[in-house]
Ligand binder design. Structure first.
Ligand SMILES: [Mn+2]
Length: 357
């Protein structure tokens, strides 16, 4: 039967391509679940890692040719008597300790030569992931995709939520404005103002705006995305961060950067966010640099979806961002298929039953 033989040949061909693929160096990815929620008030963001796993993250990365080392979810010990700092800032010791655990884990993963994916959890975790990442690559740069700048200091924050403050602890230039919080003594400011670019901002507090402007931090608000288009935004982002030389990229992606219509299951949604296409373009361009070294995907909160569909949509979006960062493309991947089957005998190639691709 020509169908059967064509099918057998297709299988053989695919087996052959698989072998060829395996000779290429596999992309090694450490996946870290960080079920932490005390950087903000709403319940449920600690279920983010489970929601993102349920949406098929590991399978998708594996099928793309990544070798995934899933270290599971980190265990964050409860800190007793974690009192307010300055009558306002909530859970400083819990945030400090969780970020310290995450920093050590990210450090180990990157030291082993892996790319690191941290799934949150709230955005206070970036304190840990970026600190840990810089231990191996002190010269790295950060692309922060978010509706918010997360750069309040403990003295300018109105909410007292630490997920709105992580960048202030990381920037060297801000340190004389940032008090020492209990649980934070291990944190060393590891970024300069020119090492970070924001994309997607549309809800920035006055003090944050003051910091961005006065310290000359590069940002592209949603207004800039509207005016320039996402292609120019990415071009300027890379000019700014990589213009004087290549260096590892840390992508810190808050799912609330997307429009709430796309990512409803999140704690602080803001109208007018990134479209699906803009989000994928950002991730594709970062992948295309070949410099991506670590990704945070944070603020997916499955308890805040109005329905299971909303939760699934948000988690699927998170998976798409991460997969795209590691090479999933909209024009088709060339990872698992790199040869067309060839008809072996003339009679089969004449037949209508030949395999069509
Ligand atoms: Mn954020």
């Amino acid at each position: 039967m020509s169908f059967r033989s064509s099918f057998a040949r297709l299988l053989k061909q695919q087996a052959g391509s698989t072998l060829r693929v395996q000779k290429r160096p596999a992309h090694l990815v450490t996946l870290i679940g960080a079920p932490f929620s005390r950087g903000q008030k709403k319940k449920g963001v600690d279920h983010g890692p489970q929601a993102i796993r349920n949406a098929g993250l590991v399978g998708k990365l594996s099928r793309m040719g990544c070798q995934v080392y899933d270290v599971g979810d980190l265990n964050f010990t409860q800190v007793p008597n974690d009192e307010l700092y300055n009558n306002l800032v909530k859970y400083p010791r819990s945030v400090g300790l969780a970020s310290q655990v995450l920093a050590d884990t990210v450090n180990e993963a990157v030291a082993a030569g892996h790319s690191c994916v941290t799934i949150g959890g709230d955005h206070s975790l970036a304190l840990g992931s970026i600190s840990g990442h810089t231990r191996q690559y002190p010269h790295l740069c950060v692309i922060w995709v978010d509706a918010h700048a997360d750069i309040n200091t403990p003295l300018t924050s109105h909410s007292g939520n630490l997920h709105g403050q992580p960048v202030s602890f990381l920037l060297r230039e801000l340190q004389d404005k940032v008090p020492q919080l209990p649980g934070f003594s291990w944190i060393k400011p590891c970024l300069s103002r020119s090492d970070i670019v924001y994309i997607g901002l549309r809800d920035v507090d006055p003090a944050e705006h003051y910091i961005l402007k006065n310290f000359g931090i590069q940002y592209f608000s949603m207004r800039d995305v509207d005016g320039l288009g996402i292609q120019k935004v990415m071009e300027r982002t890379f000019d700014h961060l990589l213009g004087r030389g290549q260096r590892p990229i840390h992508l810190s992606f808050d799912i609330d950067a997307f429009d709430p219509a796309l990512a409803p299951a999140t704690g602080t949604p803001v109208l007018g966010g990134l479209t699906y296409r803009e989000g994928m373009y950002i991730s594709e361009e970062i992948h295309n640099t070949g410099l991506l070294s670590a990704v945070d995907l944070v603020e997916v909160n499955p308890l805040l979806g109005a329905s299971q569909e909303e939760v699934n949509a948000t988690a699927n979006l998170a998976v798409d961002v991460i997969a795209t960062c590691f090479g999933q493309t909209r024009e088709g991947a060339h990872i698992v298929f790199d040869g067309l089957p060839t008809p072996s005998t003339p009679d089969e190639s004449d037949s209508e039953e030949q395999v069509r691709i």
